[in-house]
Write a protein that binds this ligand. Structure first.
Ligand code: AMP
Ligand code: ZN
Length: 115
């Protein structure tokens, strides 16, 4: 828990969110400003500022995050047509909230490359 962190406050229930999934280590909720018909954020309950915050001690947690995302994408019906995972990292990566989050984007054909 990081006192000033928006997503830690969401995990704690101090700020409301539209929950999609929760387990011991992972929480997921709908993005407030969706960029696709389905736009879910998957976050670790442990505060990591970005995907490259820390090292080997987070190996299992990073695996759990992605496995939870796979489960959520399937449950949301995205697996057949496909979807995209995005992890914006740092300023040039477009990261605006400094608590690691994996975006699940789906429900329409997505263009490539990103801007
Ligand atoms: P990023 O730019 O990768 O750091 O993504 C941050 C994401 O958090 C953006 O897509 C925002 O729309 C989303 N976001 C910000 N505040 C909230 C909130 N209170 N509830 C849900 N999503 C949020
Ligand atoms: Zn946090």
């Amino acid at each position: 828990m990081s006192a000033d962190c928006l997503f830690c406050k969401i995990i704690a229930g101090a700020i409301p969110s539209n929950k999609v999934y929760s387990d011991e280590h992972v929480y997921a909720f709908h993005d407030i400003n969706p960029a696709a018909p389905t736009h879910v954020l998957v976050i670790p309950k442990k505060h990591l500022s970005a995907v490259n915050d820390g090292g080997e001690e987070n190996e299992a947690l990073l695996g759990k995050l992605m496995l939870a995302a796979n489960k959520i994408a399937t449950e949301l019906g995205l697996a057949e047509d496909g979807f995209r995972y995005v992890i914006n990292t740092g300023t040039d990566g477009g990261q605006t909230v400094f608590h690691l989050h994996l975006h699940i984007l789906g429900g329409r054909a997505l263009s490539w490359p990103p801007g």
